[in-house]
Design a binder for this molecule. Structure first.
Ligand code: RM4
Ligand code: NI
Length: 289
């Protein structure tokens, strides 16, 4: 049976959606996935990191995000040390203020986790010693707040988490490798799509934001996300709809319009296609009628 790490087991009972797990060293840990996302900062040692069809060697300064249902495992550990920042993306408003305008944010937090197969290892985020020290310092502050849990810890912890996300997004953007450049351009396009999620954006407009021709844009977009821009938009809208179905009592038709569909039958079909259930059943399963 596949091992899935549960939110209940890895987060504080007060429900705060961020948790820090330091591994000094990381023990052997077989294949598993998580009900949450994991931002991993490697601070020392080495190992082989295996995820999906990809595997690569990890060393100090490597940073990656494992999200969704992706499986991963560490093999051939040699004193590997890391800081794991566990977070629940659905419970966090990460893309606040002007963060979505940082292409590296999309590259690291949206594209990288869904990247099916990396062409080359140069495409990943690797921090230099100074950057690593800076990020580790923020991670330590985050950890101190979470351990103390004094009044205001949530606010302070969130501030550190955001600072880390911002720093890492910027660092990613500084990577000059062609693979990353391509990811960053797609990141620009995703920023644009996200800012305009309620309306239909056409291909020419989108390709322009990535400074590519429509043809090559589609090709690069597909290799970065494993899907088409239209399918990506639909998935984002359905994700938003899921959250509205869970957390509000708005009617299904209203939710369809809220998230940018202009035909609720089409919404229901797409919803079923992606989640395997109808919006109504989805809501029922979560106990809201
Ligand atoms: C493990 C290992 C896993 C992580 C859990 C929380 O030691 O680092 O990757 O998901 O901790
Ligand atoms: Ni893990």
């Amino acid at each position: 049976m596949k091992r899935i790490l549960k939110i209940d087991e890895w987060f504080h009972p007060d429900g705060f959606p961020i948790s820090v797990e330091r591994r000094e060293p990381q023990e052997l840990f077989g294949p598993h996935s998580h009900e949450f996302a994991e931002l991993v900062i490697v601070t020392g040692g080495k190992c082989l990191h295996v995820t999906g069809q990809d595997s690569w060697e990890l060393t100090a300064g490597d940073v990656f995000v494992i999200a969704g249902t992706r499986e991963h495992e560490y093999r051939d550990l040699v004193d590997l040390r890391l800081v794991n920042i566990l977070y629940q993306p659905n419970q966090l408003k990460m893309a606040l203020l002007d963060l979505p305008s940082v292409a590296g944010y999309h590259a690291l937090f949206t594209l990288e986790p869904s990247w099916k197969k990396r062409q080359s290892s140069k495409g990943r985020l690797h921090l230099n010693a100074k950057e690593l020290a800076q990020v580790v310092e923020v991670a330590e502050r985050l950890e101190v707040e979470l351990n103390a849990r004094e009044p205001g810890f949530g606010f302070m912890a969130m501030a550190s988490f955001m600072q880390m996300v911002g720093l890492l997004s910027r660092c990613y953007g500084r990577n000059p490798s062609p693979d990353v450049k391509a990811l960053l351009r797609i990141g620009e396009a995703l920023s644009h799509l996200e800012r305009n999620i309620h309306r239909d954006v056409n291909l020419e407009e989108l390709a322009k934001t990535a400074h590519m021709s429509p043809r090559s844009f589609l090709r690069v977009f597909h290799s970065a996300t494993g899907t088409s821009p239209l399918a990506w938009v639909i998935e984002q809208r359905i994700n938003r709809a899921c959250s509205l179905l869970r957390h509000t009592e708005r009617r299904v038709t209203e939710i369809a319009f809220d998230v940018g569909f202009n035909d609720s039958n089409y919404f229901t079909r797409q919803f079923h296609k992606l989640t395997g259930v109808s919006p109504r059943d989805y809501r029922l399963r979560r106990g809201i009628t």
